[in-house]
Design a binder for this molecule. Sequence first.
Ligand code: CA
Ligand code: CA
Ligand code: CA
Length: 226
Amino acid sequence: MTCGTRQTAAGWIALAALLALAAWALPAASARAELDPGIIINEVLADPATDWNGDGAVDAKNDEWIEVRNIDTVPIDLSDYWLRDSSGDTPDLRLSGVLDPGEHAVFYGSDSAAWQTANGLVAAGFALNNTGDLVQLLRTIPGTDPRQLELMFAVSIYDHAAEDDRSCGFDLDHIEWLLFDAMFPYPGAQEPVGTGCVPSPGAENLCGGEVATEAASFGQVKATYR
Ligand SMILES: [Ca+2]
Ligand SMILES: [Ca+2]
Ligand SMILES: [Ca+2]
């Protein structure tokens, strides 16, 4: 990597604490073993200043987005997965579609609001805080009725990363947590520091001269709601 720095300790501590909490809440060791996620949160844009969802309007709620990626070797049904931020226990969106290995899917605040409306919830969208937030990916625990969810993955979005059209995301190896700030450069020293790289909803997080190994997959996952 030629840009960015390693995820700060604070971020991983937050993640570790959450996973520990999730593990504590799980009923059986067998369920804990499944915490190796096939789907990860790959990139997040919390403070949009652009019409990212393409509906013709720039909207603080509807144009937020969260990108997920399949890092497994088999296709994964996204309908087992849910997204939420740090406020409340209720998920903000049930994902949909099937992701092939290495593929990305991006979900917008408008997707979240539509799903919430369809399910009798307040259409608040993801409501990602512009002062920082914790974005969480949950998965349905198989065989639970009523349905129970387990926390699979979480990422911290810091205050300086939640500013006009800056996104945060992993490098291609899912190790470094980078700031994609080409549209609103971050001059500060707080990690993740600025890279000058561009946000990439639905596509690989290229930065520092990396070469794409797959075509962009905008809209590849059809937005269907239960
Ligand atoms: Ca829009
Ligand atoms: Ca926001
Ligand atoms: Ca991306």
